[in-house]
Write a protein that binds this ligand. Structure first.
Ligand code: FES
Ligand code: MG
Length: 590
């Protein structure tokens, strides 16, 4: 019996193509300029891209510039050839009007790079919030063997002997500042102390959440997500990720084999158990869409709501990234879910093993930080999916509802989990900041703060502005949070009881557009409803007044983004982009 010849690699069509000797010469010549030899590129060794997300513009991912050296070593030692290239920077805290605008841009860019250049596989370097979903979205579309290397969280932050988590401490300090308990200088120093090293946010904000989700999906090596950026293990897993990337190509393990519906449901459950960011909802929807997996907005409630909170990590718990890692990190949380029968252990992963095999022996040694399934931090920690005449879809992270809030608003005998209040409506965050402390605005403990014009179309890009704090005078009186509703998002590090991601948004003609200050709103968590108590005839009359105005587009991309973006319930993806899938099955023409 004759042996079948080795599979011809995609990159050989560029560098080793007898039918196109002229083109091959062109493709090869400039790669020689930094010392690469024609023999290497024509050797049939897998060419592995390193999608570099770190730069001076993305400080959360910047240490990937160093980690990439270990990735290269791993690729070389496994017999591959590394080619590192930059991806579009996505820095959460700095990009105006919001980094969310650029997630789809980074996705588009990476699709073009992975498809149009001679790659056989790719290492996706991730960290800051949207770097992870944009990379996995692109890998799913192109369907090239891909592995995620997260950069890891910063070391734990400490201020005056207390743990201070990045992001979370900002929201807490803002309230203290409003209550007159700290000065502006102390505010700034606390924020600086919360971010003591290289790495992404050390809380279970969107960055840690999305990297945990990448691991739960089976897209990174076991234990990768939680290793702090500055630990020696981070460099070691960078090396192992490089090694594994080459094997993925040899074994032809592509995202389409890993990103199944079962894997996405695993990720939804993991998100509840870690008290993950509400931003996971649109990002996971977007990744599923590009992977060709049907995920419905209701899946968050059906598969995620009943899952208990196991990770005692801020903002839903007490600890930060270092202790979470030492307690076993993501595998230890997944181990609990697997034992409880809440995880599909048969899912294939980039390790070449199933998820259950990866999790073998990963029980947590630290029960203060990772709770046993039978004794969780809280039951039912997932997102509640709400609907009503204000929107068709919104989510609420019930794990962030404080006991104080619960007893003040949600525990009236016979009406548990039902709250009625008067709406105060703000058109965008400038309006909120301008008017929230206006004494003429009679906001009290019975009020609901509403923000609109903050969605994908309205902002544009969907901003993290729904976690609005009450007026200073209420905070000083001890009312530290009010219910909030909005068509924007909320920072994953925030601890507010907000109703978020309302779809369709006001700018798309959703119900929030017809709400007026003074209207009564009823939130019924038992029924999963949120309604304005305004009759149909009156709503119809308000429709005639038109949709509240939003700022005009000021860059070409803002205009294109608005023309193409879907609503947050569908992941705020590019309409129609999911028609393009498994691009690596065909070669681009010369
Ligand atoms: Fe980049 Fe939090 S701002 S990870
Ligand atoms: Mg954020």
């Amino acid at each position: 019996m004759t042996q079948s010849p080795p599979r011809r690699l995609r990159s050989q069509d560029w560098f080793d193509n007898p039918d196109h000797a002229d083109m091959t010469a062109l493709y090869l010549e400039r790669f020689m300029n930094y010392g690469t030899t024609p023999e290497e590129l024509r050797s049939g060794k897998p060419i592995i891209g390193i999608a570099q997300s770190g730069s001076d513009l993305n400080p959360c991912n910047r240490h990937h510039l160093d980690l990439a050296k270990r990735v290269r070593d791993g690729i070389r030692d496994a017999g591959g050839i590394p080619i590192e290239f930059p991806s579009h920077p996505l820095f959460e805290n700095c990009k105006r009007p919001t980094a969310a605008l650029d997630r789809n841009l980074a996705y588009l860019g990476l699709v073009e790079l992975l498809y149009g250049y001679p790659f056989d596989g790719v290492v996706l370097t991730t960290g800051c919030d949207k770097t992870t979903p944009s990379a996995i979205m692109a890998a799913a579309t192109v369907d090239l063997p891909a592995i995620v290397l997260s950069g890891g969280p910063m070391l734990d932050g400490w201020h005056e002997g207390k743990l201070v988590g990045s992001g979370t401490v900002i929201w807490q300090s803002r309230r203290k500042l409003s209550a007159g308990e700290i000065t502006r200088d102390e505010f700034l120093q606390t924020a600086l102390d919360s971010a003591p090293s290289i790495g992404h946010c050390n809380t279970m904000g969107t960055a840690s959440t999305m990297n945990a989700i990448a691991e739960a999906l089976g897209m990174s090596l076991t234990g990768c997500a939680a290793i702090p950026a500055a630990y020696r293990e981070r460099g070691q897993i960078a090396y192992r990720t490089g090694l594994r990337a080459v094997e993925l190509v040899r074994q032809d393990i592509r995202p389409s084999a890993i990103l199944t519906r079962a894997a996405f449901l695993n990720a939804i459950r993991l998100n509840s158990a870690i008290g993950g960011s509400t931003n996971a909802q649109p990002h996971l929807m977007a990744m599923a869409l590009h992977a060709g997996v049907r995920l419905d907005p209701e899946d968050w409630q059906l598969h995620g709501y009943d899952v208990p909170l196991l990770a005692n990590v801020q903002p839903s718990g007490a600890w930060l990234g270092e202790r979470f890692h030492r307690a076993g990190g993501v595998p230890a949380v997944m181990w609990e879910l697997l034992q409880a029968g809440l995880l599909d252990g048969d899912c294939p992963t980039v390790t070449g093993k199933t998820m259950a095999e990866n999790l073998f022996g990963r029980e947590s040694p630290d029960r203060e930080v990772i709770k046993p399934f039978g004794a969780p931090m809280m039951d039912r920690a997932g997102f509640l999916v709400l609907r009503g005449n204000l929107f068709d879809f919104a989510i609420m992270k019930t794990s962030a509802i404080s006991e104080d809030f619960r007893t003040r608003y949600l525990s009236e005998p016979g009406r548990e989990n039902i709250f009625e209040g008067t709406a105060f409506v703000f058109d965008g965050s400038a309006d909120y900041h301008a008017r929230i402390n206006d004494p003429a605005l009679a906001i009290d403990a019975d009020s609901i703060l509403v923000i609109r014009g903050a969605g994908p179309l309205g902002w544009p890009g969907a901003a993290e502005v729904v976690n609005m704090q009450p007026p200073d005078r209420l905070i000083r009186a001890g009312i530290r949070s009010l219910p909030t509703i909005g068509d924007g998002r909320q920072s994953g590090t925030a601890d507010s009881p907000s109703i978020l991601n309302a779809s369709p948004e006001s700018a798309a003609g959703g119900g929030l557009a017809w709400l007026r200050t003074g209207d009564r709103i009823r939130i019924d968590l038992n029924q999963g409803r949120c309604d304005m108590l305004v009759d149909e005839a009156q709503i119809a009359a308000r429709r005639a007044e038109g949709i509240p105005a939003v700022p005009a587009s000021v860059t070409p991309w803002q205009k294109i983004y608005r023309e193409t973006v879907t609503q947050l319930d569908r992941g705020a993806t590019i309409e129609g982009a999911d028609a393009f899938s498994r691009l690596s099955e065909t070669l681009p023409r010369h």
